[in-house]
Write a protein that binds this ligand. Structure first.
Ligand SMILES: CC(C)(COP(=O)(O)OP(=O)(O)OC[C@H]1O[C@@H](n2cnc3c(N)ncnc32)[C@H](O)[C@@H]1OP(=O)(O)O)[C@@H](O)C(=O)NCCC(=O)NCCS
Length: 143
């Protein structure tokens, strides 16, 4: 498995995965690839996972846009591999903090905590107006 920077020709793969798994269906995948750094995890020539970074210059933070691993590849520490890649990238920049959002109703908080992130806040209007699930904000200090 190897991680490569997403290129324009990979946009269709991201759109197909999003559609197949109903994952963030309203995302502008084209915009994410064009305007931000996206990283794809490949098994040979097949995209099996991805993640990305959104840069906020004004407060010197990087935000993880999303993280996804195809279901048949889960449980093999591939999300950890993607996050290790992001942390390595982030540590080489002059940013202050790497942040991520994690829904309260699944295991993603644990994934981030395993990687050294800590809960730094929550937003109960991030996904819907019902307050459920809420979004936890996770942070990893870079300095
Ligand atoms: C979240 C996701 C990326 C994890 O991918 P993965 O490759 O299976 O994760 P890993 O194997 O690297 O797991 C790393 C750690 O995350 C946690 N974790 C991952 N899946 C878990 C599960 N089903 N139950 C409990 N903990 C889990 C554990 O702490 C695990 O460490 P451990 O194996 O030592 O216990 C994957 O389940 C996924 O794509 N989900 C759908 C998309 C999504 O919800 N993304 C997050 C919001 S953007």
């Amino acid at each position: 498995m190897d991680i490569r920077n997403a290129q324009e020709e990979n946009i269709k793969s991201l759109e197909a995965i999003s559609k197949e798994f109903d994952f963030e269906p309203n995302r502008d995948w084209k915009g994410l690839v064009k305007d931000h750094e996206m990283f794809l995890l490949f098994d040979a020539d097949r995209v099996i996972g991805f993640t990305g970074l959104i840069e906020y210059k004004w407060n010197r933070t990087l935000q993880i846009s999303n993280i996804f691993v195809r279901p048949e590849y889960r449980g093999q520490k591939l999300a950890q591999k993607l996050l290790t890649h992001l942390i390595g990238k982030a540590e080489k920049t002059g940013h202050r903090c790497l942040i991520a959002e994690a829904p309260s109703d699944n295991s993603v908080v644990k994934l981030y905590e395993t990687m050294g992130f800590r809960k730094c806040g929550h937003n109960d209007r991030y996904y819907s107006n019902t307050g459920e699930p809420q979004a936890f904000w996770m942070s990893y200090d870079l300095e």
